[in-house]
Unconditional design. Structure first.
Length: 482
């Protein structure tokens, strides 16, 4: 009854916006809790700096920013939103706010904010928010600029007394990730200006390539058995690693996959299939191995059974920001993916249309611009089946995950594809049987079940590929002896 009332009072787009706002608030609240408990772990991700800053600023000013950077997006957004809150509250009416974002040297930033310069040189992203003080608002002194970041500090004339999270919280958050936040003021021909600064550890967006580090495997730490070629059904109450080898269908809520290959929306890849360790994919034509270049070959060639120490690159696509957040949680906490290269897109129609090229490594997910070869496929791709967007003319455009999976197959995608749908179990089973789709789940399946099953298939493919290649080497050795 409550749901029907909500949909009666608000349009679907308004309801979606409210859910997105609630999701964002919950995420920020969790960040604050972790910061307060000193358990927050900074994760740098490829972040579309210019585009995101433009969305936050709206029509209130101008932006001069780098297009993208690898940075802690949580802390960056927190600090910029606080600075904008202050600037909007205390600026001169109708004046423009100017945001600049550029790469800088850590040592030069420390010198600017008065900190010591004995730290080693490192690249940081420097963001400044410049606003013209409203009439009658005095310029802050250097001492006031420093004391403004102390919790509870209040000045009768200061321009930076936000009713938001507060500069004290900003200072603690930035310090927790090894950054700096400070204020400066200056006098121009139009009046007094106040500038909020933040510098955060950052780097240029890197090419999605294999990263040699620990990788999460199945819960018992062992690689699961090689999956059978027939379809299998995994119930939420059963351990996925035990079911990968096949077995009779079980009743209840199910996730279905085909043993012949994997397809996932978080698409990660590398070298042979996935870092030389994955077996053939149903999404790749005829399960053929696609080598993207000698520079992409993984060190698993010389290992005894595939290299499980290589983190996976995952990509996802969904038109709901909350579900994109769940994708990222699954990538990081269940799959143990490389969060520097894993991403979930779908905030715009352009991102959804670019997903295939993102999964194939042809397009940068931050800028949506073409990348130079080699193009490394994602290891896992997670796709929402039913997505809807508004185009430039505000016309509704529908996008099906199955269509994107088919395009991945046409392009010989070597990763695992996983489709998520809100349809019935029978329809989900039909989707799983479609070409190019390795696995399909109902949307109410837990991310632990989905992530564990996808990961099990990745490990099984690696084992199968290693066995096939080892067998081929033995055959060649016998031929040489003859």
């Amino acid at each position: 009854a409550v749901c029907s009332m909500v949909f009666t009072l608000f349009s679907p787009h308004q309801v979606r916006a409210m859910l997105d706002d609630a999701s964002t608030w919950c995420h920020k609240r969790q960040v604050f809790v972790q910061l307060e408990a000193r358990t927050y772990e900074s994760v740098r991700v490829d972040y579309a700096v210019a585009r995101k800053l433009r969305l936050m600023l709206g029509g209130d000013g101008v932006i001069e920013a780098v297009s993208a950077a690898r940075v802690d997006s949580n802390i960056l957004e927190l600090t910029v939103q606080e600075a904008l809150s202050n600037a909007r509250k205390y600026r001169s009416p109708d004046s423009q706010i100017v945001i600049k974002a550029e790469f800088a040297d850590r040592r030069s930033m420390d010198a600017d904010d008065g900190a010591g310069n004995d730290k080693p040189t490192a690249e940081v992203l420097h963001v400044s928010v410049d606003s013209l003080n409203r009439r009658g608002l005095e310029r802050m002194s250097e001492d006031e600029c420093k004391r403004a970041f102390k919790t509870g500090t209040k000045f009768r004339s200061t321009a930076h007394l936000s009713d938001g999270v507060g500069l004290g919280t900003v200072a603690a958050a930035v310090l927790a990730v090894g950054g700096h936040a400070w204020l400066t003021t200056y006098v121009a021909s139009d009046g007094n200006h106040t500038v909020s600064h933040v510098s955060l550890p950052a780097a240029t967006c890197s090419t999605p390539t294999a990263s040699v580090s620990s990788c999460v495997s199945s819960e018992n730490g062992d690689a699961p058995p090689v999956p059978s070629m027939g379809g299998a059904v995994v119930t939420e109450s059963e351990d996925c690693a035990q079911q990968v080898g096949g077995g009779p269908p079980s009743a209840g809520r199910t996730g279905t996959y085909q043993g012949g290959g994997w397809c996932s929306d978080d698409g990660s890849g590398g070298g042979w299939l996935q870092h030389e360790g994955c077996g053939g994919s149903a999404s790749g034509a005829d399960g053929a191995l696609v080598r993207v270049g000698s520079g992409d070959q993984s060190s698993s060639d010389s290992s005894s059974g595939g290299n499980d120490n290589i983190k996976l690159r995952c990509v996802g696509v969904d038109d709901c920001s909350f579900l994109r957040t769940l994708h990222m949680l699954m990538f990081e906490n269940i799959i143990g993916a490389d969060m520097r290269t894993s991403i979930s897109v779908g905030a715009t129609l352009e991102e959804a249309l670019a997903f295939v090229d993102i999964a194939l490594g042809r397009v940068d997910p931050c800028t949506l611009k073409s990348k130079a070869p080699p193009h490394v496929h994602a290891d896992i791709a997670i796709l929402d089946q039913n997505m809807a967007f508004l185009d430039a003319a505000d016309e509704r455009v529908e996008c099906l995950g199955a269509d994107l999976a088919a395009r991945l197959r046409e392009n010989r995608f070597t990763g695992v594809t996983c489709l998520l749908s809100g349809a019935s179990a029978e329809e989900v089973a039909q989707l799983a049987a479609m070409p190019g789709i390795d696995m399909a789940f109902e949307k109410d399946a837990s991310i632990k079940t989905i992530g564990s099953c996808v990961l099990s298939m990745v490990h099984a493919r690696r084992a199968a590929l290693y066995q096939n290649r080892a067998g081929s080497q033995r055959v060649r050795s016998r031929g040489e002896l003859v």
